[in-house]
Every structure is written in structure tokens, then in C-alpha cells.
Design a protein around this ligand. Structure first.
Ligand code: TA6
Length: 283
């Protein structure tokens, strides 16, 4: 059985996956995929060695599930950044093993605490398919009696060898909101390069590629149910300011997030469902 459950302090369960095709680690906290390493590859995801494993604190790295809002709450800026799904313990569902890898499911349902933060009934199911590629699918169901409006993101921290040799393609000509500093609308010209903090929200459903030239590989990011893509690298200043991130580690990741952010919000009617998914490939 290629899956083992271990407990970190504070009752924090981690699933360790060791399969011939892939190794991975998932925390029940946030149903947070922390590590995904296809056999014969360098890790696909970045995970900060200074991550704080405590209930209510988001893991720095892997794939945080940002829901039911992306960024600050549109209703109350004192609420947690990026919603509450990534800081709740999810229920593990069924697990299956195939020759190509493993599949896992996790669920989260509203309770008194979530309704205090966001007064709606919901059911989330996160499906993970881990192998040579990675597929995450977040199915969101409105189980209440009134419509709700949501944003969200699969906030993927992709591991790279060197930020100075990394570029992102697939966004040429796409308009974006630049939020690294005073917000401004701009148009992407050519590849995204990294020579400063990059924090951009693109209105797009394009497939995206992260060129990890230092490791001579390309990571492809393909979303469905998504009309936004966020590209983020904290660069030097913000890397120093984030206490759960080593100062130099801005050089080791780029976030390419499959999202529905800001004006790309989605309103779900009672009984409605929406699936936000991302597929990460490495070539
Ligand atoms: O996705 C980009 C972003 O919104 C950045 O502005 C930065 O805040 C990042 O998310 C990390 O947010 P976190 O709450 O995980 O520290």
C-alpha cells in the first residue's frame, strides 16, 4: 500500500505517498498537496522549509486551495486572506492506486465556524491524481437555499532551479492587473520575466508554460473552469518579509495559479456545482 498516514504535532495528519511512479505528501489541513515528485524528476512543487504546521496557519508552498475568495475578502478585509478552505481540516475520502500513480479525494462541508466567516452552505470535493503529471479538481456545490458568489484559486507553487533563468509563456498580449505596487492594468508583451516582484492577475483561460531553464525542463499548467491566471513571485523584499519563507527562496519557485479572481467571480445557484481544475505536466 503506497500510502502511509503520519501525525505531526498538534494532531496534524500528513499522508505520505510512495509509489513507483510518484512520491507525494498531503496534509489533511487544507487538503494541501505539499509535495509532488514524479519518478526521475526534480520536485514539481516548492515547499518552504520554514512552513509553520499549526491549525489555522496556511502551509507555505505546494498547492493551497484558496476559497471561497481569492485575495482579501470582498466583504470584510479583516477575514483571512484567500478564504478559509486552506486552513480547515478536510475529511479524507477514498484512495485508489493504479500503475500510473494514485488518486485521492478530500471533502469539506460548511459548519458553524465557516458560516460565521461566510454565511452559506457548501460541499467541496478535491480530487487529486498524482503520477507523471498532476491533476487537481475542486468541485464546489451550493447545498444551501440561496445563491452565493465566489472567487478562488489553486495557488500552485511550482519548483524551479533558478528564478533568473525562468520565464512564463502563453500570456503574450493578455491584459492583466498588476498588483505588485499601485494597482495598474497593463498588457503582457512577450514572456513574463522575473527581475522584480511579479504579482499579476490575467483574465485568460490559456494554457501556460513555465520554462525552468536551470533544470532544462518546462512545466505546463492547463486549467478548466477558470478564467483567471495569477503569476506571482515575491522577489527579494517580500521574501524577506515573509517569516515562513527563507530570504533566498524567491529564487526557487514561481506561483502559476489557476483561478477565478476579482471580476471573474462565479455565482452558484442553489443545487449548482462548479469544477475548477488544473493539470501540471513536466517535459
Ligand atoms: O497569489 C498571489 C498573492 O495574492 C500575492 O499577492 C501574495 O499575497 C500571495 O498570494 C501569498 O498570499 P499568502 O496569503 O499565502 O501569503
Amino acid at each position: 500500500m503506497p500510502i502511509r498516514r503520519t501525525e505531526l504535532p498538534a494532531g496534524y495528519s500528513i499522508l505520505e505517498i510512495d509509489h513507483p511512479a510518484v512520491s507525494a505528501r498531503v496534509a489533511l489541513h487544507g487538503a494541501h498537496l505539499m509535495e509532488w515528485t514524479p519518478a526521475g524528476q526534480a520536485p514539481g512543487l516548492y515547499l518552504s522549509p520554514q512552513t509553520v504546521y499549526q491549525p489555522g496557519k496556511a502551509i507555505r508552498g505546494g498547492v493551497p486551495v484558496c476559497w471561497p475568495w481569492f485575495g482579501p475578502s470582498p466583504v470584510d478585509s479583516t477575514l483571512p486572506m484567500h478564504g478559509f478552505a486552506r486552513t480547515r481540516f478536510w475529511e479524507p475520502g477514498d484512495f485508489s492506486e493504479e500503475a500510473e500513480g494514485v488518486s485521492l479525494k478530500f471533502t469539506l462541508t460548511d459548519d458553524g465556524e465557516t458560516r460565521r466567516l461566510w454565511p452559506h452552505a457548501f460541499h467541496l470535493e478535491l480530487s487529486m491524481h498524482l503520477g507523471a503529471s498532476l491533476r487537481l479538481a475542486l468541485q464546489i456545490s451550493n447545498t444551501g437555499t440561496d445563491p452565493f458568489t465566489m472567487t478562488g484559486a489553486l495557488h500552485t507553487y511550482l519548483s524551479i532551479g533558478d528564478i533568473h533563468q525562468a520565464t512564463v509563456t502563453g500570456l503574450d498580449g493578455v491584459d492583466y492587473l498588476d498588483t505588485a505596487g499601485p494597482h495598474a492594468m497593463r498588457r503582457q508583451e512577450g514572456p513574463v520575466i522575473f527581475d522584480r516582484e511579479v504579482d499579476r492577475g490575467y483574465h485568460t483561460a490559456n494554457p501556460i508554460a513555465l520554462h525552468d531553464s536551470a533544470r532544462q525542463r518546462i512545466l505546463t499548467i492547463t486549467g478548466t473552469g477558470s478564467r483567471s491566471a495569477i503569476v506571482w513571485n515575491p522577489w527579494i523584499g517580500k521574501s524577506k518579509a515573509l517569516t515562513d519563507l527563507p530570504d533566498e527562496d524567491y529564487q526557487r519557485f514561481v506561483c502559476v495559479e489557476t483561478a477565478n479572481a476579482r471580476e471573474d467571480s462565479i455565482t452558484l445557484q442553489p443545487g449548482g456545482t462548479h469544477v475548477l481544475s488544473t493539470v501540471i505536466g513536466i517535459s
